[in-house]
Write a new protein. Sequence first.
Length: 323
Amino acid sequence: MPADRHRLLTASAQPGEPGPTGLAGPTGLQAIPARSVGLPADDVDRAVTAFMTASPVTRRWDVETGFDWAAADADRLTEGQRSAVRFITFIEDHLPGYFALYGSRFPLDSDVDVETFLLNREIYHFTVRWAQEEDSHARALFRYQVESGIARPAALRRELAEEGRKQFALPHEHPAALFAYTLVQEKATQIYYQNLRAVVCDPVLAEVLGRLSRDEARHFTFMADMVDLYLRRYGDAVVEPIREAIAQFRMPLADTLRGYWRWALRIADTAHYDHTEAYEHLVRVVRRAVDAPSDRVDELASFVRACRATDPTPSPVAPLSRS
Ligand SMILES: [Fe+2]
Ligand SMILES: [Fe+2]
């Protein structure tokens, strides 16, 4: 890791020092106030700035001008590939649900005190840009379906609305668990897009998937930075919430999307991918952040290995991005 990158990720409080919320660092009280992001504003600011810096205006893309839509042709795709595109469109199109979850988890209103608002305001700088990018993913996939002949706009809009209005919920109380969950989703989505891109024969779709996977890679990096900050500030006490995020892991929409499991199994051959692959990336982030190997971290690594060996969950497609 480059030196400047390492500085970025080093939390401002040292072990045992009181944090901005009055809590002590890794050797002290580990609780994070309810509904607070629970990290110093300066640390979140640095992570957000790094995220923004990675996508300057010159490197961004837009749905309207980024692709040769007139050339989009679903006749070049197999039935399984068309189905995989339809499936992931539902996942990306659920963005209002994902964004609302972050809004309710880290509120910005008169119900929170000034200190909490101040910290949550920093993470909002990220979520609003992230949401804009994820919304572009949903729009790009919608446009591809329409331009390539997979779907008609009115019917697709209605289908997406029927699923989109369903609530998206996660069980995680600890913010580190929420970011760890999203980290897995972002990495899983990135891997999925890369795999699908490698097999499709429509260059327009390949271009779309390439753009999306690069965005997901940046989203993953930000989530990794956040998990890193929690570990550096609160020590390996946050390893347990991270373990829970994996233990309770559910693919987004797995509980709400009509025919999810049947559909997921059906397209597994087209774009097969093992979402537990993303767990390894999470463990790597944890190991990098925790200076001295601890029993808790070792246990997390063993747990992840066991999940990889036994997880029966069919997971052909990554999700969210929240992804
Ligand atoms: Fe994403
Ligand atoms: Fe996405």
